[in-house]
Design a protein. Sequence first.
Length: 507
Amino acid sequence: MTHGHCVYLEACALKAGGFLIVVRQLTLARPFSTPRPDSYAPIPPAIRSRKHFVDLPPGPTSRLPGQLLYRFQKDTPAFLIDLRQTYGDASSFFLNGQLFIALFSPEMVYQVTTSKQSSFVKGVGFARMRKVLGEGLLTNEEPIHLRHRRMMQPPFKKDRLDSYSSLMTNLTREQIATWRDGSEILLGPEMMRLTLAIVAQTLFGTSARRYERPIAESMEVAIDRIERTMLPGLQLFDDLPVPYWRKFGEAADELALIAEELIKTRRNDPNDSDDLLGLLLSLHDDDGVVFTDEEVRDEALTLILSGHETTANMLTWAFSWLATRSDIQSALRAEADSAIWPQSDKTPSIEDVLGNDENGAPKLPVASAIVAESLRMAPPVWVAPRRAIEDVEVDGVQVPAGAHVIVSQYVTQRDQQWFPEPNEWRPERWYGDLAKRLPRGAYFPFGGGTRKCLGDQFALLESRIILLEVASRMRLGPADANQPVPKAQPRATYRPKGPVPMKVSFN
């Protein structure tokens, strides 16, 4: 095994279901050292001056070199909120000598993410994620993206989600059974451990148990390094002969190696195919071509990140806010009691958890509202950078080719016009018909267009199950009454700062 490549798959052709399934010969190239595919649209040069662009929206400038960059890096959410308050829905500024345009209105968000999405590619942050996730759905571009999205839809259909719900419920019960009345837990690590166990075993089956710790450790290193190099030009750190930065490549390769080993094992034992990996290995496109091992690996790594870190962070925020609202806690406990399954040995179906009543309202309105409000206040993916690959008009704003474009869930979902008292955690705002009244683009925690997260129903199912299983047995309260809700540490994901200690009280 050498750094960068691994070869073990021979070319073969299999007859299945009456048509030819083609498995292409593959040399596995590691994501960290693989360049952006040539099949992607070329990225225009960055814009480094306003000189030839008279129609740019107004925005902040630096009086001193690096002043604006310092403000942006110090507290990016506050910087973006200030942009909205000072300049309105559209503004422009330069970071590291390159033009950024921020677009915050719901209609602007809709056009960038949906109706005019073909004029953009993923921005600089996603280019950094590609070093770890390769060409999975979170980071890939056309023409690869559409093929992958079509092929990846079967794992997230209703019948598959029903089978996932049993695993989610049982793993949740197994973990919270270790919590003791009157004890103190570290909520952040507990949620990380639980969501990683769920996604790893959903993906790889029980064989993933022995890999959960190295996956968690390597993913933590990789995410940390990505978060520190999200702006243009900072990729130069990758080549520094410094142990801190070398660990980035080592962690990325370790994650790839683990996924490759699991894939190789499954190839040698095709009968053990109950989990998501078995399904991924069997998927094929309209031409009968299946995913290569490299593509399966990249999608597996993407599912681990998007189904682990993001959900764990959201649940940590949700339980923290919930501890400040005894009325909502009581309502959630009552909902868990009425659902029956949290108090029994049974596990729920997707209809039990995500279904609606005859009036179209959620069957679990309290759990649904808690998740919706937590995703509004602390969207795991809180900023969605894009890069314009052609000149395009976005709701009256001229965006030149080469500009970096920022749309932000964090900012747009705190628009007072649609969310009164936007900085207050108020799940009850979702009890009525708010979701139906919101304009398109006003609420997009899972993104939009063909880029909308394919696993959104998986995440909602998992989150509601965990909330109700905990509520049926215990309450969580802040260990420090003076700081009931953690401070934010917004990086690649909107995470709470620190381990978030909580006290356990049995019902």
